[in-house]
Design a protein around this ligand. Structure first.
Ligand SMILES: NC(=O)c1ccc[n+]([C@@H]2O[C@H](COP(=O)([O-])OP(=O)(O)OC[C@H]3O[C@@H](n4cnc5c(N)ncnc54)[C@H](OP(=O)(O)O)[C@@H]3O)[C@@H](O)[C@H]2O)c1
Length: 166
């Protein structure tokens, strides 16, 4: 994958790439900030997919993590933010520039006694606080999660990668 050869792609990053393509979100030349460097989301989003030569791709990607100094300085200049941190609603409106695109990967359980289950699902992004500021944003639940599910291959012939990314 990193060499740009045919490979199995991790399901969540593949789902995000397909979503960017289907919604016509331009990534070429854009400043993308990826929050989180896990092997299953953040690192492949950065190294192998968004900065690759191709479409979607050709972005300038900054990969942030828990040791990043002044996270807000990075997120504030991002055209696209991919949040995969695992901290509920950590990305707030003051961290994001007007018109940015937000991909919220986070799936976090937050205590909510008003619900029978005792919890609600929240992303890594403050959806309510950001919905009037951004140009596009994925909801949680209902955004990246389902894209991950549809990106899980039933069976790939050897050497063939997931749909949508050639
Ligand atoms: N929607 C989906 O299909 C899907 C798929 C996978 C994961 N998820 C969700 O995505 C979230 C992240 O999961 P993951 O497995 O990718 O990551 P993870 O392994 O839980 O790692 C979290 C990453 O966030 C970084 N981080 C933690 N606190 C931070 C902070 N305050 N500022 C900046 N970076 C910080 C960590 O930095 P360090 O490396 O320095 O520790 C790490 O790289 C979780 O909520 C998970 O449930 C959803």
């Amino acid at each position: 994958m990193t060499l740009g050869l045919d490979a199995y792609l991790p399901a969540t990053p593949n789902g995000i790439m397909v979503m960017l393509e289907r919604y016509g979100i331009e990534t070429s030349g854009k400043e993308v900030v990826v929050l989180g460097r896990s092997n299953i989301v953040g690192t492949p989003m950065d190294h192998s997919l968004l900065s690759r030569k191709g479409s979607p791709g050709n972005a300038t990607v900054t990969l942030c993590h828990s040791r990043t100094r002044d996270l807000k300085a990075h997120t504030q200049r991002a055209d696209i933010i991919v949040a995969a941190i695992g901290i509920p609603e950590m990305v707030t409106a003051d961290m994001v520039k007007e018109g940015a695109v937000i991909i919220d990967v986070g799936i976090n359980r937050v205590d909510d006694t008003s619900r029978k289950s005792g919890y609600r699902l929240a992303g890594d992004v403050d959806f309510a606080g950001l919905k009037d500021k951004v140009s596009a944003m994925t909801p949680v639940p209902g955004g990246v999660g389902p894209m991950t599910v549809v990106s899980l291959p039933d069976e790939y012939p050897p050497g063939q990668q997931a749909a949508g990314l050639n």
